[in-house]
Design a protein around this ligand. Structure first.
Ligand code: NAD
Length: 477
């Protein structure tokens, strides 16, 4: 069954001006399963003009009415959960249960932002004269250009869309070309809820052409990007050149410090689940497991057993716990990481190879005692590869945790309150999760420091970038 995904511009689903399309594939077997319309510059011009027009009225719709409309979209998405989750499995590969979880969480995200949009309070500042009133008014920043990736095609897109719309901004989203149908299904839920035309647009095409056009465009007031650090730096530079506000949710290489007083069985289960979720293609996935000497062997043995027990297969099969990688690039990258690490002296504790010769299946992999010069110790693997290394003193673990320029998620396992405090204070990361993997809830901040980017896509902090403060001082005559 072939799917054709169209662009959504000015309230219309339509093909690009040139009629050109791009193919996308099922990662289970590499077969083309659909085509997506490719936007040309004239399509983008229309999208920007519509977003600019729509902003004039959307900004004045009351927060109460905007909230009602967003909640309606959440309800529609929830009612289509099975259908959207199936699209997601077909084009991205994750197991159906994970896909359903992503769509359900996306509906929750819309609702949370819908409610939070009603609380974008300003303030009243006491004046120095009785006849003066001083106000700080929160206003939407303007039309937004957003870029969302393929690993969570619904959940990453919805954080940007819901936050922007809830704050009164209009938004043009460049969706992921490799997983376009589920992202389009998300946009359809907003359209079906009655969102005014031009308020939300969805485009696909050549990513660099789209960002080069949208970011400098004078009508665009804010840019939000989720993806690799390399691309994020290019887009942030372009945005800086044109004085655009930016949120950057980029790569990570999360350390997971396991102290010798930790509950090892719990550490293995909780970190194992987070490591291999979405086949490791998660920016906040634990990657460098730093385990204290005394419990190193027990942790490694447990973690290898965990990895080997994972049933890898087609995400539509009910017993599959890990699907294929989303694209062949990730398989090639995974093989290269393993080969390089082993060549430099790492022990391959399990996995390390492609499964079969059809689709993008890769074994859950554990590398032990990996030298610091191995590529996988320095570049984000974005793959089901865990590195299990040892440390003796807490300061050694912290030094290793902070060695890289990444600073997104981090994990600590210990029964000691003091160790937990020292580690969480010492780690240079946007998020620290202690004794569980508790990151990514919409009501909590989600973002990084250093090369992992800036800004947040969760919690109250996620509203800020879509709002500007206007100071109004009013003297009575
Ligand atoms: P990539 O760097 O080519 O692309 C990453 C994302 O950026 C994609 O969604 C792509 O469409 C978009 N992109 C690329 N060039 C762009 C441009 N000039 N303008 C606008 N958007 C652009 O890499 P990839 O092979 O797709 O993914 C591999 C790496 O990307 C991973 O190793 C990981 O570091 C990173 N990544 C991170 C996240 C995240 O959640 N932070 C998500 C997906 C990918």
């Amino acid at each position: 069954m072939m799917t054709h995904v169209q662009l959504y511009i000015d309230g219309q689903w339509r093909d690009g001006a040139s009629g050109k399309t791009l193919d996308f594939w099922n990662p289970v077997n590499g077969e083309v399963i659909g085509t997506v319309a490719k936007a040309e510059q004239s399509d983008l011009e229309e999208a920007v003009a519509a977003a600019e027009r729509a902003f004039r009225s959307w900004r004045s719709v009351s927060a109460y009415d905007r909230s009602a409309l967003l909640r309606k979209a959440a309800g529609i998405l929830r009612s289509r959960l099975d259908e959207v989750a199936t699209l997601l499995v077909r084009e991205e590969g994750k197991p159906l249960a994970e896909a359903k979880g992503e769509v359900a969480a996306s509906a929750d995200i819309i609702e949370w932002f819908a409610e939070e949009g009603r609380r974008t309070y300003g303030r009243l500042i006491p004046a120095r004269a009785e006849t003066v009133q001083q106000l700080v008014v929160r206003e939407p920043v303007g039309p937004v250009a957003a870029f969302s990736p393929w690993n969570f095609p619904v959940a990453q897109a919805v954080r940007k869309i819901a936050a922007a719309l809830a704050c009164g901004c209009t938004i043009i989203l460049k969706g992921p070309e490799e997983t376009p149908a589920c992202c389009a299904a998300l946009v359809q839920a907003f359209a079906a809820a009655g969102l005014p035309k031009g308020t939300l647009a969805l485009v696909y095409g050549v990513p660099a052409e789209i960002s080069q056009y949208l970011i400098p465009h004078p009508a665009i007031r804010k840019v939000s990007f989720t993806g690799s650090t390399a691309v994020g730096k290019q887009l942030a530079s372009l945005a800086g050149l044109h004085m655009k506000r930016v949120t950057m949710e980029l790569g990570g290489h999360a350390p997971a410090i396991v102290f010798d007083d930790a509950d090892i069985a719990k550490a293995v289960d909780r970190l194992g689940a987070f490591k291999y979720r979405n086949a490791g293609q998660v920016c906040g996935a634990p990657t460098r497991f730093l385990v204290q000497e005394r419990v190193y062997d027990a942790f490694l043995e447990g973690f290898v057993a965990y990895a080997q027990a994972i049933k890898v297969g087609d995400g539509m099969e009910p017993d599959t716990r890990m699907g294929p990688l989303a694209n062949p690039r990730r398989v090639d990258a995974s093989l290269a990481f393993v080969e390089d690490a082993v060549k430099k002296g790492a022990r391959l504790a399990c996995g390390g190879a492609r499964i079969g010769n059809r689709g993008n299946f890769f074994q859950p992999t554990v590398l032990a005692d990996v030298p610091v010069d191995a590529n996988v110790m320095n570049q984000e693997p974005f793959a089901p590869i865990a590195i299990v290394n040892r440390f003796s003193e807490a300061e050694d673990a912290l030094a290793e945790a902070n060695r890289l320029q990444y600073g997104l998620a981090s994990y600590v396992f210990t029964e000691s309150h003091a160790r937990a405090q020292i580690a969480s204070a010492g780690i240079e990361a946007g998020m620290v999760s202690i004794n569980h993997a508790g990151l990514g809830l919409v009501e909590t901040p989600f973002g990084g420091v250093k090369d992992s980017g800036y800004g947040s896509e969760g919690g109250l902090e996620a509203m800020e970038p879509y709002l500007v403060s206007k100071f109004v001082t009013h003297a009575r005559i």
